[in-house]
Design a protein around this ligand. Structure first.
Ligand SMILES: Cc1ncc(COP(=O)(O)O)c(C=O)c1O
Length: 407
């Protein structure tokens, strides 16, 4: 199955700058396979209607597809009920809703919110705004020399003042995986709520929210083969019950009076307005596709690619890899710099060869400062990449060295 997987991704047969597309930016957004593209098209061709409001057949069909997608997400995360699954626009929206709506119910003046130095801006800025609003303090857990979360520092920084702990399951710059279960256990000992940013994990690893025992888990569909504009917020039921809605309007109400209203039960209370129905359908199809391949097979293939990439890139003089060099310690992403060459120049030269990588601060400026770098080049691998993609990456990086021979 894995051998023929590339045929499912039509964009991989296209060309960039006259060269075959070598897409190594799945961490920014994944490419989409036919079954996802077909599901979205089929939805619009045969099922399109608004959900939850019509008593007519087509609306019931659309509602069934939308709610069916919610059940697929539930199973994918091993959540106890579809009541735990809220559809949002993205990881960013899920985290903002938490910070805006749930945050003030548990964080007050003098309290602390604990993050780590490797967070994406989406998991920093919403908490900054909450901290400013309620008079709380943000603290950051240090990293070990090879870019892992320093568990000892984490344990030391936890205290009864810590009300929320929020961290990435997998880093979008270093690819390191947080010891989520252990961190949740330690955070719960001081009574903190555990929020996990799963944006870079869901496409690469099996996720079991019950086993991890996290309180909230946020991710985006577009990084796991689904369309843009659909995201998920998983929450434990007892916590969702105490969380006020982040948005108000149609669909989320039970009864509207002139001065006040009552709200729907979970999860619809959080989904004000017409949702992204086609996006949810696409996400359901993406989950079917990933489960058909098997997350274990996906992880094994990506680990092979990572192994070759680290081995090959390590032979290029002046190239420094950030984070662990043991392929077992990283998922999906490989950040590096070539001494004396700006990462944007590297990415521009690679682009001429059809090799699409990201260069910049990767929405993680505190981490960049921590690493002492203004920016890095980031190549990210998905199961639909192959060894040939790595050969092209390495060839293109050798061209960079030809352009900048003295560095
Ligand atoms: C770790 C991490 N968190 C959050 C996000 C934000 O995701 P989105 O832009 O889909 O909301 C990203 C996206 O790059 C990410 O890598």
């Amino acid at each position: 199955m894995m051998k023929t997987v590339r045929n499912d991704f039509p964009i991989l047969n296209t060309q960039i700058n006259g060269r075959p597309l070598t897409y190594l930016d799945g961490a920014a957004t994944s490419q989409k396979p036919w079954p996802v593209l077909d599901a979205v098209q089929q939805y619009y061709l045969t099922e399109n209607a608004n959900v939850h409001r019509g008593v007519y057949t087509l609306s019931e069909v659309a509602t069934k597809s939308y709610e069916g997608a919610r059940e697929k997400v539930q199973n994918f995360l091993h959540a106890p009920s579809s009541r735990n699954i809220i559809f949002t626009r993205s990881t960013t929206e899920s985290l903002n809703w938490l910070a805006q709506a749930y945050g003030p119910t548990v964080v007050g003046q003098g309290d602390e919110i604990l993050l780590t130095y490797l967070e994406h801006h989406s998991n920093i800025v919403p908490w900054q705004v909450l901290a400013q609003r309620v008079g709380a303090t943000l603290k950051y857990v240090k990293l070990t020399a090879d870019g892992q979360i320093d568990l000892a520092d984490f344990a030391q920084q936890l205290s009864p003042k810590t009300k929320i702990v929020s961290f990435a399951h997998v880093s979008n710059v270093l690819g390191t995986e947080a010891p989520v279960k252990e961190m949740a256990r330690l955070a719960h000992q001081v009574g903190a709520t555990v929020v996990v940013d799963g944006a870079q994990a869901v496409a690469h690893l099996p996720v079991d929210v019950l086993d991890l025992d996290v309180d909230f888990y946020a991710f985006s569909g577009h990084k796991m083969l689904a369309p843009t504009g659909i995201g998920v917020l998983y929450g434990k039921e007892v916590l969702l019950e105490q969380m006020p809605p982040a948005q108000y309007g149609g669909e989320m109400i039970e009864e509207v009076g002139l001065q006040s209203s009552t709200y729907q039960e979970l999860p619809w209370r959080f989904e004000a307005g017409t949702p992204n129905i086609a996006g949810a359908v696409g996400l359901g199809a993406a989950i079917d596709y990933l489960e058909h391949l098997g997350m274990a097979a996906i992880a094994a293939k990506e680990s092979d690619l990572m192994k070759t990439a680290i081995a090959e890139l390590s032979t290029i003089p002046g190239l420094e890899i950030y984070g662990p060099v043991d392929p077992a310690d990283r998922h999906g992403v490989l950040s590096f710099n070539i001494s004396g060459v700006h990462p944007h120049d590297v990415a521009t030269i690679l682009d001429q060869a059809g090799v699409e990588v990201r260069a910049g601060h990767h929405c993680a400026q505190p981490l960049m400062r921590y690493l002492g770098q203004a920016a890095t080049v980031r190549a990210s691998f998905s199961f639909y990449n192959n060894q040939e993609d790595i050969v092209r990456l390495v060839q293109a990086l050798k061209t960079v060295k030809e352009y900048f021979p003295n560095d």
